[in-house]
Design a protein around this ligand. Structure first.
Ligand code: TYD
Length: 167
C-alpha cells in the first residue's frame, strides 16, 4: 500500500555527524523524499509530538532530548518519505525503540545508545502507523512544504495573503 511517514534525525544524530550515514541507509528503501527541512524544536512542539508519553517518568528528559537541550544542538532534520509500504520499510530500517534490542544492522542498532539515566538516544524517529504518520506530518509540515498533497487542504486568507492549511 502507498503511504507516507515522518522521519526525524534527532539532535544526537546531528551532533554525531550522522546525517549522511542515515540518509544513505534510508535510501536503501528506494522510497521518495517528498519534504525535508532543518528546524529548531520548541518545548511545545516536542510535547505535542510525544503527547502519548506524557505520563512516562522519562517524559521531561525526552522533551529535553528532542529540543536539543540535552546535546547542546538545538535542531532536528525533519523529512517525509513516500512510497510503497513506506511506514513499514522505514520502521524496519530504523530498528526497535530500544537501541540495545534493535537489530545491529538497523540505524538505531548501529548508532543509538542508552544514557546512564536510562533514556534511549535512538538517533531517529519514524512514524509507527498511518494515523500517527498523518498526525505527525501535519504537526511538522505545512502543506506547501511538501511536493504534493498528501492530505486534504483548504485555503485561508490571513493578512490579505492566501495560504493553504490542513483540514
Ligand atoms: P515510543 O513512541 O514508544 O517509540 P518509537 O520512537 O519507537 O515510536 O517512544 C518515543 C521515544 O521515547 C523513543 O524513541 C525513545 C524514548 N523512550 C525511552 O527513552 N525509554 C522508553 O522506555 C521508551 C518506551 C521510549
Amino acid at each position: 500500500m502507498l503511504n507516507q511517514t515522518l522521519i526525524l534525525i534527532k539532535p544526537d544524530g546531528l551532533k554525531k555527524s550522522l546525517t549522511g550515514n542515515i540518509l544513505t541507509r534510508l535510501s536503501e528503501t528506494k522510497l521518495e523524499i517528498v519534504a525535508a527541512k532543518i528546524i529548531r524544536v520548541t518545548p511545545e512542539m516536542a510535547e505535542a509530538h510525544y503527547c502519548h508519553l506524557k505520563e512516562k517518568t522519562f517524559f521531561k528528559e525526552l522533551i529535553s532530548y528532542l529540543t536539543g537541550e540535552l546535546h547542546q544542538r538545538k535542531k532536528v532534520m525533519a523529512m517525509v518519505y513516500w512510497g510503497e509500504d513506506a511506514i513499514q520499510k522505514i520502521r524496519e530500517i530504523a530498528g526497535a525503540t530500544n537501541p540495545e534490542e534493535a537489530s545491529p544492522t538497523s540505524i538505531r542498532g548501529q548508532f543509538g545508545r542508552i544514557t546512564t539515566k536510562g533514556l534511549y538516544e535512538n538517533v531517529v524517529h519514524a512514524s509507527a502507523i498511518e494515523s500517527d504518520a498523518e498526525r505527525e506530518i501535519k504537526l511538522w509540515f505545512d502543506p506547501d512544504e511538501i511536493i504534493f498533497d498528501l492530505y486534504p487542504t483548504r485555503i485561508v486568507t490571513t493578512g490579505g495573503r492566501k495560504v493553504r492549511v490542513w483540514i
